[in-house]
Design a protein. Structure first.
Length: 190
């Protein structure tokens, strides 16, 4: 699919609108994967995190493909960037497809309705956990969920959901501990 996309790419510039209209049903998975990978950066995960939240809310609402404001979808980007990213991604995806492939269709069908909810919860962890480099683990799990979603792999999706629940629990405990610690500190000062 990625090879076909790169062959169809306009010669000079492309837009996010063109990319989403070309991908149709898979656009949610691709957008979440790209934003999840971007959110793994130690600095600057806020913007991809906010975009992930918007995409997750659209999935929960039942949209067929993500919708962004016109100033985002019509902005021209150099096609060479798409070719470079795709050139690096194709060998990785071919390697992943040896292990990740459609399986456990019943589990996938049951779980795919919760992808948006899990991505939204992980995005909250990504944005709200007050620990340096805490964005890497939730962003990685988001990327894992998107790969399972794209490949319709029920086994990997179930594994990613378990990892997400563990991560959300740990992050919730960290946030709660921070709140209790700050409250105790403030009560000692007063």
């Amino acid at each position: 699919m990625l090879k076909d996309l790169l062959h169809q790419a306009p010669p000079e510039c492309f837009t996010l609108g063109w990319l989403m209209s070309t991908l149709h049903q898979r656009s949610f998975g691709i957008v979440i994967l790209l934003l999840g990978v971007l959110a793994t950066a130690p600095i600057g995960s806020t913007i991809p995190g906010l975009m992930l939240a918007a995409v997750a809310l659209q999935m929960i609402a039942g949209r067929h493909e993500p919708v962004f404001p016109q100033f985002i979808t019509t902005r021209s980007l150099p096609t060479r960037y798409l070719i470079q990213v795709g050139g690096h991604a194709i060998p990785i995806m071919q390697y992943l497809e040896k292990a990740v492939h459609p399986r456990w269709p019943n589990a996938f069908e049951a779980a795919k309705h919760f992808v948006g909810v899990m991505v939204l919860l992980l995005t909250a962890v990504l944005l709200l956990t007050p620990v340096p480099l805490s964005n890497i683990a939730p962003a990685t799990v988001i990327a894992l969920i998107s790969v399972a979603y794209l490949e319709e792999d029920g086994l990997l999706l179930c594994f990613a959901f378990v990892a997400a629940v563990v991560l959300i629990s740990v992050a919730s405990a960290a946030v709660w501990g921070t709140i209790i610690g700050v409250a105790a500190f403030i009560s000692r000062i007063l």
